[in-house]
Design a protein. Structure first.
Length: 441
């Protein structure tokens, strides 16, 4: 099929519209339903009216060298078999993410794909979602692999994550996605899709999500990343649907856009809310089909970012409140900050550190923070709370286990009079206080 303006596929001299699916998409839509033994299509016929399975619609009839004819609409939507469906073929891909994908079905047919694709980068450093490499890269992201593995300037992350997968699964290590590797990726995605579906469906903006790029992660995966961390919070820290939407527009991770991808404007001074009576869409950070990016964070990092930004929203130290958004600025954090900063000398969100040792902070980013326009001798404090909140929610079991070990070893030191510097968790009293106070937050 052609969309060239000077090549007319019909008597009226008009090329096919952009909304029509091309041939690779049409054949990929039929691929999961083919009979075993199919090697090629013998005929593809566009019928405008006469298929009983799709009356008065433009439908492609695909005749293969085995099994029933397959019907696919002009836009790439699968209609069904012409007649009784074929018996399921074990060799066909099973995951929703891969089974109708042209890249995946090309590999499934026996053509290996090189993840070291020369078209991987565009605009010097942005990852190119138009490549098949990005489709498989997204699949690994959905399995929890670190898709930021390696330094992009030294090692190509799409190759690094493939080779980690190959090592773990006992596959030959190379830059190639093969039939065997694809089969294992597909078989792992099937239970993952089942596991995430229920939580994903509860995301308040599920019905308003911008369509994703065809090679991006699944819609359910984006919704799951946003909903899972919020669903484990205590009930009094869970936002209602409207506040969730306003938080995403404002402080929380993600974007609210109109149908053309333009970010919605604020309604008032201070920009606490936007107009939700308009036709708006949600686009996840790193998953906006109109914005390129240089890296795809792992799902764990993305969940951490969701929690981090929500912690800023809750932080009373930042001084923002707005009655229609009841959880905005609702958590009193001054006592928490006083563990790491001398809050008696605070000026707004700036205060002097009590220590210059980064290991006294939850993360290095919490220690370094971001430039906040503070006076000399003071630093912007808010990143420490956001990092601690994110880490505690995402790794609360680790925090509590560390606290139990710490308390047990301190008791051992007291009982045996062991010098404190010999105890693994026997750091100064301030650090003990810090851990205990954080465990109560």
């Amino acid at each position: 099929m052609t969309r060239s303006a000077n090549t007319a596929p019909s008597q009226n001299g008009q090329p096919l519209a952009q909304s029509w699916a091309d041939s690779t998409t049409v054949f990929a839509a039929a691929a999961p339903y083919l009979a075993c033994g199919v090697t090629h299509a013998r005929l593809a016929n566009l019928n405008l009216a006469s298929y009983a399975e799709a009356p008065s619609q433009s439908v492609w009839g695909l005749n293969f060298d085995a099994g029933q004819n397959q019907l696919v609409k002009w836009d790439g939507a699968y209609v069904g078999a012409q007649g009784a469906p074929n018996a399921p073929c074990a060799a066909n891909l099973k995951s929703d993410f891969l089974k109708s994908d042209a890249c995946a079905n090309l590999v499934a047919s026996g053509t290996a794909y090189d993840m070291d694709d020369p078209a991987w980068l565009i605009n010097v450093s942005d990852q190119n979602r138009e490549t098949c490499a990005y489709k498989f890269f997204s699949g690994f992201n959905m399995l929890g692999y670190n898709t930021m593995a390696g330094n992009p300037s030294l090692q190509k992350p799409q190759v690094a994550v493939l080779q980690q997968f190959q090592n773990q699964r006992g596959l030959p290590v190379s830059t190639l996605v093969t039939v065997d590797g694809l089969g294992q990726l597909d078989s792992l995605l099937v239970p993952r899709e089942i596991k995430i579906a229920a939580v994903a469906a509860t995301f308040p903006l599920y019905g308003r999500m911008q369509p994703l790029h065809r090679n991006d992660v699944s819609k359910n995966w984006v919704a799951y990343i946003y909903m899972l961390p919020m669903s484990v919070l205590p009930a009094h820290l869970r936002m209602g649907d409207v506040e969730t939407t306003q938080c995403i527009w404002g402080q929380c991770l993600g974007f609210l856009q109109d149908a053309n991808g333009v970010d919605l404007p604020c309604q008032q001074g201070g920009c606490y809310t936007t107009d939700l009576t308009v036709d708006y869409r949600f686009a996840g950070a790193y998953f906006d089909p109109r914005r390129n990016h240089a890296a795809l964070p792992s799902a764990a990092a993305d969940v951490g970012a969701v929690l981090h930004e929500y912690a800023h929203y809750l932080d009373a130290a930042l001084g923002s409140t707005y009655p229609p958004n009841p959880l905005l600025g609702s958590v009193a954090t001054s006592g928490f900050y006083d563990i790491s900063y001398d809050m008696s000398q605070a000026q707004g969100a700036c205060a002097p550190r009590r220590s210059t040792n980064p290991q006294d902070w939850i993360t290095r980013y919490g220690f370094a923070g971001v430039p906040g326009g503070c006076m000399q001798g003071k630093v912007f404090i808010a990143e420490e709370w956001a990092e601690a909140f994110s880490m505690y929610v995402a790794a609360g079991r680790n925090f509590r286990a560390a606290k139990r070990r710490h308390c047990a070893e301190v008791q051992l030191a007291e009982d045996e009079r062991v010098p404190e510097h010999r105890i693994r968790y026997g750091s100064p009293a301030r650090r003990r206080e810090r851990l205990q106070r954080r465990s109560r937050l």
